[in-house]
Each structure stands twice: as C-alpha cells, then as structure tokens.
Design a protein around this ligand. Sequence first.
Ligand code: SAH
Length: 449
Amino acid sequence: MQKNQLVELEITDLSYEAMGVAHLDGLTVFVNNALPGEMVKAKILKVKKNFAFAKIEKILTPSPDRISVKLNQWVQTGLASLAHLTYQKQLAFKRMQVVNLLKKAHLDSIKVNETVASPKEIGYRNKAQVPVRMVSGKLEIGFFRKHSHDLVPLENFFTTDPEIDRVLLAVRDLLREMKVPAYDELHHKGEVRYLEVRRSRATGEIMVILICLHKDFPQLRKLAKAISQISGVVSVVLNHNPQKTNVILGKHDYLLAGKAQIVDKIGDISFSISPKSFFQINSLQTPRLYDLAIKQADLKPSDVVIDAYSGIGTIGLSVAKHVKEVRGIEIIDDAVRDANANAQLNQIHNASYVTGKAEEIMPKWAESGLQTDVIFVDPPRKGLTEEFIKAAVATQPKKVVYISCNPATQVRDLQMFMDLGYDFHEITPVDMFPQTPHVESVTVLERKK
Ligand code: SAH
C-alpha cells in the first residue's frame, strides 16, 4: 500500500474518533467520514507501520444510517464528525464504546444502559471558541480542518446555540469593518486569535471574549463599545495570549465593558461564571446527568459528601439539598472562589470549597476525623491518578460516584477501585455532545461488604 493509491474498502467499524475502519493488506485503514457497512472507493493519504489513513473518493454503497448533512464542513472539520450518522445510531455508537472497553477489561458482566439522549441534538452548546484568521485576503471565523491549522470559514456552527452564532458573526463583521488584523500564526503577528462567546440559556446573558496577541491595539476601545451594543451582550473581556502556542487562552483577562461574569442555571441552581470557569457546555442535559448520578448514588440526608474536582461547584451544589454536608476540592483558585460565591448566591449553607489537590486534601480531612460517605469525581479526560484513587479509598467512603468524559480512562480507574475493594454493576452513557464522538458516562462504585 502506498500514498495516493486508490483502493476499494469495506468499512466494518467506527473508531472512537468517528473514523470509518477497514482492513486491507494486514493494515487497519482509517477513513474520514465513512460509516460501518459502507463500500467506498478511497485514496490512501498516509501509510504507517500498522495502519493507514484514507480519504473517500466515492461512496459505492452508502449505509442506511447515513444522513445527508447540509454542510459537509461540519463533518470535515471535526466540529461535528458524527453529523452524517442518524442520532439513534450515534447513541448506539456511544454505548458500544463503553461495552467494548469493558469487554477488553474482562468486565463483560457489567450492565451498560442505553445512552441517555440529549434534549437538543443541535444548537445545544452554551459556548463557542472559534479561530480568527485571514483566508484569501478576508477576515474569517470558522473551524480548523481535522489535524491541521487550515481554517474552514463557517457561518453556522451547528452544535452551538444559534444566538451564539449570531453574536460571533456580528463580532466578525465589526472586526472586518474596523480593519482589526486577524492573528497570523506563521509570523506571530496580528491581533485577534480566537473569539469566545458564552451564553446563558437561563438568563440570555452573553459574554464575548476576544483572545488577543496584544492587550491593546488602536481600535480596541471602539470595538469593545460596539460589541457591548450587540443585543444580549452584557460582558466584553480581552484575554491576553502573547505566546507562540496552540494553547488557546492566555493567563490574564481584562474586562473591557459590562460585567465580569454571567449567570446561568443547572436545574434550579444559579451559577455565576467567569471568563475562564469550566462550565458544562450542554446546559439542558447537565441536570439530567446530575439527577441520574444522584438517583443512582441513593444519597441519605445524613451523608457527608466530597465533591473532588469540583470546578465552580456545579455537582456539589446540585447534591447539597439531599445530604448533610458537601465539601469541595478544586486546584484552580478562581474556580474555588466562584464555587463559594455560588453557594452563597443560592443560599446553600452546607457546602464549602477549598483550593488544593484532592489527593492531598482528602487524607488531611480523614486524619482530622471527617467520615466521608460519598465521593463524587468528575475528572478531566486523563482520568484519576493512582495517588488520588488510593487517597479516596483510604477515606473509606461507602460510595464513589464517577462521572467521566472519557470512558477509556474511566474503565482503567474502575479496575483499580475494584482491586482496592469496590464494586460496580452498571454504567450509563449520557450524551452531552451530540454530533461528536465524545462519550460521557456515569457509574456508582460501592464498598464491598
Ligand atoms: N465538576 C465540575 C468540574 C469538572 S472539570 C463540573 O462539572 O463543572 C474537572 C475539574 O477538576 C477542573 O476544574 C480542574 O481544575 C479540576 N482538577 C484537576 N485536577 C485536580 C486535582 N488533582 N484535585 C482537584 N481538582 C482537580
């Protein structure tokens, strides 16, 4: 097999990144945009030792589950790489990811529930972060083509709240009008690198963040004023990122106009959100995820709960009314400040948050005599550390509720909990990210008797 060769492939599977999978000449071939059950004519793009990448030239037999997508760019850019698959099959695909990971770990007896569908299948995101670049002499916003930094200009971001799209386009037009230079990655010059827009579904408040190479430029004041006049915008912020880096956000934020925070809700609890705060992006599905976790955890009014990896306190504050006390731990100081402010905002008096590493704080609490009944964890994609799991087990909780955005690391961590005296019987995928291959899942570990 070699580059540019044309081959006929039978697609047998879908990778966890939503690439069609075929086998040819002893190699696994990943084909962008292809679906299981399809025969495709494809061009080989790259050949490695055990695998290759190919691109569809022609779909010879389309899958009955394929749906036509209005804008092929959504699939191509990775913005919505499952948009060509029916929603029912997307849900089944996500469940199978978890089934297969458990099988590999010899945990076939665990019940994997049906994936909980999202109330909204498109337009569900409460935040967009989009690159700004010059394309053929014109300032554009869009999305990078998969595995590249080629900007595909877009006006409809599909998975994002349409009100956010409206603001993104209005800001883009202002940048064009005022001739603000887009960031030029190659020469590390220009001004605006990314635009971020966040919108609260509960209050309609919108925050615009200009992520810029310099913290000032001639048009900035006029631009900020014009942005603050776009309908719904209550906050305009500049994030200063002077580095030559792929990391999107810089360290410092500067408030240009309006308020420093917006308020959104999860269920009936309000959250004040700062520019850098992590906030679940599917506002309507998040309360369903938490309700499910709370129900499965069968919380008692006498329970003491630790919300490790607490962010701005979303899980702990949602849990507080069901239990005696919630103690949260989070490494980012700003998030801890937000979490405590959010407890006050909702007049929740049995929840408090501290700054630190959960694996270091939990043993200290245990030493000082705290009896923990339930630990909630919701770690980043890389999952938990061995150190954390050992510290969690040492505090002897009756239950550990594990919410994960990466089932691969979740299954790895669940195995370690099992080795240390915990058990689980079922796991539920929850679709937080329709049209994308991302899988969220929740499970409750119980201490063996
Ligand atoms: N539960 C929150 C946040 C989840 S994101 C929510 O759903 O909104 C994961 C959070 O864990 C991030 O805010 C990150 O800063 C924090 N974190 C990462 N490592 C940590 C550690 N070792 N101890 C405590 N918090 C940590």
